[in-house]
Write a protein that binds this ligand. Structure first.
Ligand code: ADP
Ligand code: MG
Length: 252
């Protein structure tokens, strides 16, 4: 069979299966539920589950939308943060769209993405080492310039202190720190020279700063691609305040 016909058939079957699975779910009924446990039970019983987070359970509600149901106080707060970020940032193409939400933030309906899931996939699509993102978000070029100057001053002071002969290893240590920071600065330059990666990093940095997001929650595992293949940040409710309040003792 022609491969395109086969693909079409597979898609059609998947869509039919999904539609069949979704037929049992009544959104108006769901919206009227009062208790968290009722919402979780009803969604879990009638929708395909996509994932479970620290504050929300996520279900497919159509072939392009998901329902994120808060399961704890932090889930309500993250839903609220996402609604606020999305509505204040309508031109921000980086985050998943929000189509509908509960006025008390018990749930949001947002854009379906296929999560990257692995560091390798993130690196393949974005062109950036997944763990380097954290460094980029927590240190600006100016911070690194300052680090270099600080180490340079330490080195100069040490050389003049008369201790250099007694502790020569300290000179090597300081020089190696300076070298490391310079390498880091070079890496930043390389990244910013590539317009695709440069724009991505600038957008993520800007968003993290504007909304006080916890950089450790702005991680590769919270990015994916929507149906059009556009890169989307889908778990963007992790503000510093929320993460500190609920998860400061949990390693995420
Ligand atoms: N827009 C989405 N499309 C597809 N799956 C999603 C989407 N949002 C979340 N998920 C899935 O649900 C899981 C939990 O969602 P997440 O937003 O990380 O919740 P929490 O912030 O409460 O931890 C994610 O790890 C992912 O597997
Ligand atoms: Mg989160």
């Amino acid at each position: 069979m022609d491969l395109s016909v086969l693909n079409l058939l597979i898609e059609k079957t998947v869509e039919e299966t999904l539609n069949e699975a979704l037929r049992k779910f009544n959104l108006s009924f769901f919206k009227k539920l009062h208790l968290t446990q009722e919402r979780i039970n009803y969604a879990a019983k009638n929708l395909p589950a996509l994932g479970r987070g620290l504050g929300r359970n996520v279900y497919a509600i159509s072939n392009s939308k998901v329902l994120k149901v808060a399961t704890s106080e932090s889930g309500f707060e993250q839903n609220e943060a996402e609604v606020s970020i999305f509505t204040h940032n309508k031109d921000n193409h980086l985050v998943t769209k929000i189509y509908d939400f509960d006025p008390k933030y018990a749930w949001v309906i947002s854009e379906l993405v296929k999560e990257f899931g692995t560091e390798e996939k993130f690196q393949e699509v974005i062109g950036l080492d997944a763990y380097f993102l954290y460094t980029l978000l927590t240190k600006t070029e100016q911070d690194i310039e300052n680090d270099i100057q600080k180490k340079q001053k330490e080195l100069n002071d040490f050389m003049q202190s008369g201790m250099a002969e007694e502790e020569p290893w300290k000179i090597d240590q300081l020089n190696s720190s300076i070298r490391w920071f310079k390498t880091l600065l070079d890496d930043y330059q390389i990244i910013y020279k590539d317009p695709k990666i440069g724009h991505f990093v600038a957008d993520v940095r800007n968003m993290t700063k504007t909304h006080n997001l916890d950089p450790s929650d702005v991680a590769y595992r919270h990015f994916g691609q929507n149906l059009k293949g556009e890169v989307k940040f889908f778990d963007y409710g992790g503000t510093e305040a929320i993460m500190k309040k609920h998860y400061s003792r949990i390693k995420r």
